[in-house]
Design a protein around this ligand. Sequence first.
Ligand SMILES: [Fe+2]
Ligand SMILES: [Fe+2]
Length: 175
Amino acid sequence: MPSWRHLSHLVRRFVGSLWPGGPAAADDAWATGSLVPGEQALWRRMSGPDRRHAVGVARRAEHALGQRATRPVVAAALLHDVGKVDSGLGPVRRAVATVAGMAGGHEAAGRWRRRRGPLGRAGRYLCHDEIGAAMLDAAGSDGLTVAWAREHHLPADRWSVPADIAHALKDADDD
Ligand SMILES: [Fe+2]
Ligand SMILES: [Fe+2]
């Protein structure tokens, strides 16, 4: 069961996500400069709020890691949530999907994602980690970038990404 702190954090994220704009032009240019062409195409499919979130994660991760924030690490920070584009859900229906996911669990989401209609979209939203990893693999991303998309909601003992990098990416991710 989520704590009240987590719930109030989700509410704040939700309110922030209602503002549709993307990151500042300079931030967007910095982001695309860290992405290979296939990743840039995925970046452009992400919503404004998702790109704002991603730039924040990448800036914080780069600040924490310094020289170890290599291009694939920055790409991992920018594109860890890219699988959310597949669901086509806006902020309100994402909130509903999140609550459904809390009730049904990740296993149920895995069954829902193949269905049509709203339940299918909710399932794909909740499985954005696996879906994003497959998209990045197809886009020619580095193995670390693909791995972090797949692993960013898993417990630390299941990460294959080097621990120092993974912890910095997780700490930088405020969701
Ligand atoms: Fe995520
Ligand atoms: Fe995130």
